[in-house]
Design a protein around this ligand. Structure first.
Ligand code: ADP
Ligand code: MG
Length: 350
């Protein structure tokens, strides 16, 4: 049960293939995040789920029922888009009440529902205002309230926080999480921001070129990325990757070698996250010397950009040590922290 994308394809009339046989299945009540770079098909997937776009192949099932041919208004989906448009001539109250009026809900119940939703989103004080008298964050909350006030089973949000400044994004993110907990509805949230995906999702669906590349909990997507693409997309700064060859438990790239037990012999891509690299003494076994290039302070951590020949690496370090430009930095890659990817397909190696 729940929501199923079954082999959903979408080829637009101009020949652009936006989705290629997308299979995705999740439970009701989840907070699903569709994550991917621009153009990966996130909006198209949303619009197909909402019924705003007909798929050219496949079916959408909601609780076992095929809704592929069902018009949008019968799908029980509330929507918030990046460029949410509030009715500028209506008050905040009337904006939120609108979906209820359309559904011929009684006056008292409208009042009760609008007030409850406004309280939940902390916009109760602005109900008499017009949208033009709100800040960006307040207007965004009104859009969310309007999408949810009629208690849709599914709340679909396509990059709803993109137009907000950084601090407000963080704040709204927390609010959405609380809202999800309190309403117990299914949330489908689209973003290209991996941090938003990590913090919000019960499960993250990573899309690339209209295909699903991984669908799992944020923790698993981060710790066991299915492909090199996912590895580099999840986590900032991105995972370090090196092309080279494994042989008898040792990985050799142009310019350095390190123990890499467990990988079969042959060409491969080795990956390690910046925070998992150890800074050691030059005398330590398996220490690899890099030269410090740029140092960035991201309190309480430090990001060290270093080089060794053609290899560039980013290390996330803690503490108060000072790193000078040009100084030697001795690094160790703990074998347990290593990721391996197929040199040609980018698929994760077991
Ligand atoms: P995302 O939301 O991940 O940025 P979209 O779903 O908007 O991606 O777009 C996926 C692909 O489909 C892109 O290549 C985009 O240019 C194309 N696309 C989207 N809408 C249309 C359309 N109406 N006609 C033709 N191509 C489209
Ligand atoms: Mg989009």
């Amino acid at each position: 049960m729940g929501i199923v994308f079954e082999g959903i394809s979408k080829i637009f009339p101009d020949g652009t293939a936006a989705l290629h046989g997308l299979d995705l299945e999740f439970e009701t009540g989840e907070f699903i995040v569709l994550l991917g770079p621009s153009g990966s098909g996130k909006t198209t997937a949303c619009r197909v789920l909402a019924g705003l776009e007909d798929p050219t192949g496949g079916r959408i099932l909601v609780d076992g029922r095929d809704v592929t041919q069902l018009p949008p208004r019968l799908r029980g989906i509330g929507m918030v888009f990046q460029n949410y448009a509030l009715y500028s001539h209506k008050t905040v109250y009337e904006n939120i009440a609108y979906p209820l009026r359309v559904r011929k809900v009684g006056r008292d119940e409208i009042e009760r529902s609008v007030k409850a939703m406004a309280d939940l989103l902390q916009i109760g004080r602005y109900l008499h205002r017009k949208p033009g008298q709100l800040s960006g964050g307040q207007a965004q909350r009104v859009a969310v309230a309007r999408a949810l006030v009629w208690q849709p089973d599914i709340c679909l949000m396509d990059e709803p926080l993109s137009n907000l400044d950084a601090l407000l994004r963080l704040h709204m993110r927390t609010e959405l999480k609380r809202l999800h907990r309190e309403l117990r509805k299914t949330f489908v949230f689209v973003t290209h921001d991996q941090e938003e995906a990590m913090t919000l999702a019960t499960r993250v669906a990573v899309l690339r070129d209209g295909k699903l590349v991984q669908f799992d909990t944020p923790q698993t997507v981060y710790r066991k990325p299915a492909t090199r693409f996912v590895a580099e997309f999840m986590g900032r700064p991105a995972m370090n990757t090196f092309d080279g060859t494994a042989s008898a438990g040792v990985f050799t790239a142009a310019g350095f070698a390190c123990p890499a037990p467990g990988f079969s012999d042959g060409p491969m891509t080795l990956g390690i996250r910046p925070e998992q690299i150890e800074i050691v003494d030059g005398s330590a076994p398996d220490a690899i010397a890099f030269e410090v290039d740029v140092v960035e302070l991201v309190e309480p951590d430090i990001l060290i950009f270093a080089r060794r020949g053609k290899n560039a690496i980013i290390v996330r370090a803690g503490g108060d040590r000072h790193y000078d430009h040009g100084a030697l930095l001795h690094l160790r890659f703990p074998p347990a922290a290593l990721h391996g990817f197929d040199a040609s397909t980018g698929q994760r190696l077991p």
